[in-house]
Design a protein around this ligand. Sequence first.
Ligand SMILES: *Cc1c(COP(=O)(O)O)cnc(C)c1O
Length: 255
Amino acid sequence: MSVVSETPAQAADRPDPTGVRAAQLVERLGEVRRRIAQACVRTGRDSDEVSLIAVTKTFPAEDVRTLAGAGVLDVGENKDQEARSKRDRLTTEFPGQYSSVRWHHVGVLQRNKCRSVMTYAAAVHSVDRLSLVRTLGAEADRAERTMEVFLQVSLDADPGRAGAPAEQVAELADEVAATTGLTLAGVMAVAPRNADPGQAFARLADVSGRLRADHPAAVGMSAGMSADFVEAIEHGATHLRIGTALLGGRPPTLG
Ligand SMILES: *Cc1c(COP(=O)(O)O)cnc(C)c1O
């Protein structure tokens, strides 16, 4: 067997008879939780206001099981097909056991995937344009459900990157609020590369404050990844999206 050519998903999808992988995940989870708790204490925040979303993209359903078994019931994925296949696998192999896992869509979302995402996701963190709000709203109605929506804000000047400019957030928020099938959860951002994440999250906190003036229930702030979740907590993040620090590195092309 050529271990070298395996992707992390394939490698981790091999049976884990000795429980080495599971033990590694549980250990990293303990470390991440410890750092979250410390940051909360230091900034005077209640750790109940901070949810950990394990971003399991490129890693197998088995890892989702392990993390769920350790109490992580929020899981993030950035590709519809991959998320759906993991969800289906857990549902088929372990009927009823993982029904409390909440799937979060955290990546770019194409309108033609909205119907599929509606079948399993609890929340979409990457809503950044009116056309997407409208399609998600129509699909939520069709599925007779509600979907939680975070508005993704672009914190850098690069128009090629995901997220709406801060000036468009109010309009998007009003549209979400006026859509019966959607619930406005709050804002989301990814800190720009090569910039101080603290400054970026301070700007996001500012956008969040303005949003809450019009939509008081939209208190969510989805911010913070493996490299910057402490700064995100300091600036008020309510949902941390953490992959690498829990699951390990991903090949660059897949992450
Ligand atoms: C991959 C991803 C994450 C997790 O990133 P890590 O650096 O591995 O923690 C968080 N948010 C989004 C939108 C992602 O695509």
